[in-house]
Write a new protein. Sequence first.
Length: 202
Amino acid sequence: MRVRVLSRAAVEAGAAEGVDAIISIRSTALERCEDLELAVQQAVLGDMQAALVQRFDDIGILAYGPYRRPTMEDLAIALDFARAVRDRIPEGVLAVHCQHGVSRSAAVALAIIADEAGPGAEANAVAALLRQDDDARMQPNPLIVSLADAALFRYGHLGAALAAVCARYVAWRDYWRDIALDPGAYWEQARRVRLRPRRREV
């Protein structure tokens, strides 16, 4: 099975049309999704059994402000969905998207690819994922990668293989490690920056 990583904008523009199934990862914030819903339905020709919608935020620690982390249950549901697609259509195409197509969807796609590749093929799974990354923008969510290592009994090999070749993943992982030291302080600082009035351009 081939796994494609897409952004929300790409899905809404029709890039997922013709896939055999799609995993649609969305944030927990209330947002308008009419265009996205229509695009997902069109991608799977109205067969909503071929679409999995998941809601979690792009954070790399257990708790950060109001955001909801990805959990082992989220990953298990995605893996079970992908396995069912693979069993039904071994040569099929599964699309996985999130907002930007670089973090949550990349990490979930890596878990699915690694699951199919089997133990010992972590470097091959990472290479298969990064072949899609023409602009070198992927930075797979480190919490999801660690969950995949545990769920697939890879004992850290998946994260290590990714870190060996993806500097953006390493930077993203280290960023969340720093936040984990004092998530409350980091969140308060981020909240203040977001609420700061913007200066008008003259």
